[in-house]
Design a protein around this ligand. Structure first.
Ligand SMILES: [Zn+2]
Length: 296
């Protein structure tokens, strides 16, 4: 599943291609890719044709392209969605759902293809509303306007406007396990299963530690590790762990080479050499070192 670093790779790849581009035409080939759009394929195509995209913006795992101060195309990649950049007339992609033909003032004609194997992802035209704190809504634009479908999502820990005080306060008043809280997109966005496991390993915190039991020092250490892990993954182009994830040019990321805990069941902990264990967690798994990450 694409997480923040993977989505940022997609955003950064789309940015130069879509910013300032005119939407020449839109072809919805599978209406299942519009489950979050109100109005159907004909409405989606008509709403976008002739509009000019001003930016490619991301908050957490959500990506959007404003085409005015009031409206944007919102992309949910879901489990397996891809935004692929192609030359005009490129052959149909596997699992292609929507193709947007752009006319860019510098690069000329380009195609943006939304492909999705499992159909949990979607595109939608959405209204933009003011951000409550007046800060830029996400990475990629100074516009303090966020799509309504993204407004309930907290800022991610790499966002300059991320509210550390609010994050600490949310942890202090919940007794749930810290990993569950880290995955709650209303607490902080963009931390998925892989990066939660990696951050908790780095901060030496057991995933089931009650969030409210963490002293401020531990919370600060954890937040620092979350940021370091996400930054590192960004620098390496996201994880290649998920074979369905590819960036805008169809190339897989490389972060899987750097994983310390996630997916390393039975292998030695890079810190203490004792085996990493896996336990089931919310239909998925948690990976941690029972020696370095003790439940107190
Ligand atoms: Zn260890």
């Amino acid at each position: 599943m694409p997480e923040l670093p993977e989505v940022e790779v997609v955003r950064a790849g789309l940015e130069p291609a879509v910013t300032g581009a005119l939407i020449a035409s839109v072809d919805v080939r599978d209406e299942r890719a519009l489950t979050r759009h109100t109005g159907g394929a004909a409405h989606f195509e008509a709403a976008l044709t002739g509009q000019r995209i001003s930016a490619a913006v991301r908050r957490g795992k959500f990506l959007w392209m404003p085409f005015s101060d009031d409206e944007a195309i919102v992309t949910h990649l879901g489990m397996s969605g891809q935004m692929l950049l192609r030359v005009p007339g490129a052959p149909e992609e596997r699992h292609e759902r929507i193709r947007i033909e752009l006319e860019h003032p510098v690069h000329g004609p380009l195609s943006v293809v939304f492909a999705d194997q499992r159909t949990f992802g979607s595109l939608a035209v959405d209204q933009l509303v003011d951000t409550p704190d007046g800060a830029a809504a996400g990475r990629g634009s100074n516009l303090a306007r966020v799509p309504t479908q993204v407004a309930h999502i907290a800022r991610d820990p790499l966002d300059p406007a991320f509210d550390v005080g609010r994050f600490r306060a949310r942890l202090a008043r919940t007794a749930s396990g810290i990993k569950r809280v880290l995955l709650d997109q209303t607490v902080a966005s963009g931390i998925g299963n892989i990066y939660a496991d990696e951050s908790l390993w780095a901060a030496r915190i057991h995933p089931e530690t009650s969030a409210s039991a963490l002293p401020t020092r531990a919370v600060n250490r954890l937040l620092g590790e979350v940021r370091a892990v996400l930054d590192k993954a960004l620098a390496e182009g996201g994880t290649s762990f998920d074979a369905q994830y590819v960036n805008v040019n169809g190339q897989a990321g490389y972060f899987a080479h750097s994983l310390n805990a996630y997916g390393r069941t039975g292998q030695p902990c890079p810190r203490c050499a004792r085996p990493i264990v896996r336990v089931s967690f919310m239909n998925r798994s948690s990976h941690f070192c029972p020696h370095c990450q003790r439940l107190r």
